[in-house]
Design a protein. Sequence first.
Length: 280
Amino acid sequence: MADKPRVLMCPPDYFGVEYEINPWMSVARGVDHARAAAQWGALRDTLGELGAEVEQMAPVAGLPDLVFTANAGLVYRDVFIPSRFRFRARQGETAHFEAWARSRGFRVEPPPDGMSFEGAGDALFCGATLFAGYRFRSDVQSHQWVGERLGVEVLPMELVDPRYYHLDTCFCPIAPDAAIYYPGAFDEYGRAVIRARIPRLIEVRPEEAHGFSCNAVVVGRTVVLNRGAPRLAEDLRAMGFEARPLDFSEFIKSGGSAKCLTLRVDGEEAAAWRDPDSPP
Ligand code: ARG
């Protein structure tokens, strides 16, 4: 039997909107902390019910976005490429994510100085290929470096709408040959790449994409996502997946939802390399 799926999360003890680095964030609006804690707990419990082992990292005062563990870095087999955050406000997180990866036995291989790279927020495997978003956070050069370092094919795609500033806000691989995506977040070229390279696709409607429904966590054939996307849930069902809606309203105030709150440590369901028979 396969090992349990492993997911890294960080409790929202110090979560808040304390600066503004994406269009969703407003310091003036603030966050309901009790509600955020309840929403985070519901995600952790749901992933547990789905059979995942949820590992918790220690929260750190003064790092309100440390909850978004998708941005810790990129996992590939026993290699961990830690993020290099574009904005100073998040740069203090890196040391904590690197320490976590070392403590778990990963080989930590940081990108060269001067490159921005925001980990699994911007780099997602679908099959053997790494789909990589750039412009608002990660640089296109960082993706090229990651591809060479890991020896995998990388397809960089420009993100064109600042509301979809990380690739995982508008694109979610659900199996090695299947993904959901919001076409409006990409240019013509990016859309063509996705259509040419992924055989089974679900297009998310603008109003549902705006509710962060592409920012989903996949465990087996269950897709955990923000509530309020009935059409996407139907499309997923038709493809043999089950949508599991939860409420992420407090985290959306920071520009994140289900997927951003998690890092899949043993490889995403859609990553071909997690299959033990795939070549190293
Ligand atoms: N406030 C955080 C930021 O702007 C949200 C990060 C969301 N993470 C993600 N993987 N999309 O960086």
